[in-house]
Design a protein around this ligand. Sequence first.
Ligand SMILES: [Fe+2]
Length: 486
Amino acid sequence: MRYVAIEDARPGMYLAYDLYDSQGRTVIGGGCELTANYIQRLREYGFAAVYIDDDISEDIKIETVIPPELRQAGEQYVKACDIDKIADVARQIVASILPEGRVSLDMADLRSYDDYTYAHSVNVAVLSCVLGIGLEMSERDIEYLTTAALLHDLGKLTIPKEVLNKPGRLTQEEYALMKTHPVRSYELLKDNYDISAHVKQAVLLHHENYDGSGYPHGLYGDEQSIFVRVLHVCDVYDALTSKRPYKDGYCPSEAAEYLMGACGIMFDKYVVEKFLQLVPLYPKGTEVKLSNGKRAIVVDNTGGHNLRPIVRTLDVGQDIDLSDRLNFNITILPNDTDASEEFSEKSEAERKEMIKEVEAVRHKVMVVDDMATNLHVLKDILSNKYDVTLLKSGQQAVTYVAQNTERPDIILMDIDMPEMDGLEASRQINLITDNSIPILFVSAKTDRQTVMDCREIGAAGYIARPYKAVYIKSEIERILTQREVV
Ligand SMILES: [Fe+2]
């Protein structure tokens, strides 16, 4: 079987698995031949992809991590906000995964937009459970973690849907409202004495960052429990790989880049490293593009070679083990950033409509760095999407902002620069502009004092060098749209 984006689904293909709606009812049964009508219905339900059976993928078996009934029970109880039943499902998830030892996380969850919070909660619970096992936690701790994961976003159900699923930029007030959801989740649990304090605390703190820049309390990594640090990684990973009304989903390898880029800032490096050993970056059954120009599907991930799976070419069905030394010259190419060819005209038009507000303006990004190579790398990464202005010193940046009425929408600021450093330049720019331009620091300095200085200035964010392109783009997007990935 293999994974096919709904845009690539064609009449005559055979569905490999049952598909359910948010009520747990079967929409189309496994083994069924797709028709144009069925494909249209699946689109309307908001399914991003399906698993199909065909000759070339016949021997590729992809297993669900937990039984579909358990997944549906989890989604139903999260939707109904039934805390006791949710805790019971968490125990069943642990009971179904723990005896298996290492499980395969190859199967993507197929879901529609509307079910996001419920399906997300179950996914994060499954990921947290698997990571808890990988981290050799005790059974009791894995249960705490899985329970916290199922409960972490309950508070979102008390936020109006118009804000929760709003396409485009959130207003300051809406963003502030969104940020109350961990406290709202905690409030729903705090008087339930069957729920452990560890669970309640993890739910309350699941948006805390490793560098202290998260919320609600701004705790540093060493002040957070392991439950908080694990839950944070699993939460963000699942959010990144999900398609939402305002964004496409990242593929697992792109989400992995993001997690690596945010190590030490958002996440605990140790937890991320363990996570990336357990999650297949190229899941079985997905299609990839190879550097030899061929398209292929992933047949299997051999142990320890997350980046070098065995693939099968689509043209002649030849299996290539990319972890074999003889094939080291072949690599998997990153997905096109311009994914337009992946979308049907209709779905692309719908997507454009949804994000119109964000895309209508071509934002101006100012990059300030004394190293020419750093400037040019950032220009390469950003110039297809933004108007980029490059400046070589803090003083130049201050002068530019003072003299130009056309100001940048965001500034990427280096810290260590001769004469005027990035912190001082930012202070002066904030005075001139009345703090109206968000500043994202990009620096190799990662000590706690520097990060605190950045925050004191009111930095919109902080990125440590060396950074990942995916991460820097996501951070700019987050700041410009006031929308977090989770
Ligand atoms: Fe959350």
